[in-house]
Write a protein that binds this ligand. Structure first.
Ligand code: URA
Ligand code: SF4
Length: 192
């Protein structure tokens, strides 16, 4: 029988495949429309996400929501997940072995969702999902077709909080995302 979202989430919420299991409060599985055409992939839960069990609900998440709003996109019409589902202590970068241990969950989420577009938020996702040498500052907004899925990367919203001068570039990436969604006929924003 085919796997369902409910089964996958339940299984993931019991995962102890890496050391992050020991310090987490919640497994932050993912949120959004389970039929969305666009999958956003961040790095890993921060403090607020770990407490609430939902991705991008802290300060970085509020900024992400403002980018969504700026281009007429809603959080509820995309799917949002992270490279690692459990918070790395003190928000350190996930270790390669943690990312590898966790990747199976993201793969299964991607298989269930079957998105047309994957947007990597920041270096960790871009380097693992697009190209190990990916440089966000130089390659953000570029599109590549990989196994039938359009992939792109933009700045991580937490990085934009540190470097607000990059916000216009990030906004341009979101506008380009909207264009790509229109091109692929998955844009729902324009009312008839
Ligand atoms: N940063 C991330 O990469 N993911 C979250 O869910 C929150 C902050
Ligand atoms: Fe499992 Fe991923 Fe959490 Fe590690 S980070 S325990 S692999 S769900």
């Amino acid at each position: 029988m085919a796997e369902t979202w409910r089964q996958l989430r339940a299984e993931c919420e019991n995962c102890a495949a890496c050391e992050l299991a020991a310090t987490r409060n919640s497994v932050v599985f993912g949120v959004g429309d389970e039929h969305a055409g666009v999958l956003f992939v961040g790095e890993g839960p921060g403090e607020q996400e770990d407490l609430r069990g939902e991705p991008f609900v802290g300060r970085a998440g509020q900024l992400l929501d403002r980018f969504f709003a700026a281009v007429g996109l809603k959080r509820e019409e995309v799917y949002i997940a992270n490279m690692v589902k459990c918070r790395p202590p003190h928000n350190r970068d996930p270790k390669p072995e943690e990312t590898e241990a966790c990747l199976g969950w993201l793969r299964r989420q991607t298989r269930l969702l079957s998105p047309k577009i994957i947007v990597c938020l920041g270096r960790v996702a871009a380097c693992r999902l697009i190209d190990p040498d990916f440089k966000v500052t130089r390659q953000h907004g570029q599109w590549i077709l990989k196994n039938g899925v359009w992939m792109t990367a933009t700045f991580h919203p937490a990085a934009l909080l540190r470097n607000p001068n990059q916000k216009p570039d990030a906004f341009a990436d979101f506008l380009a995302l909207r264009e790509k969604m229109r091109e692929l006929d998955i844009w729902r924003g324009d009312a008839l």
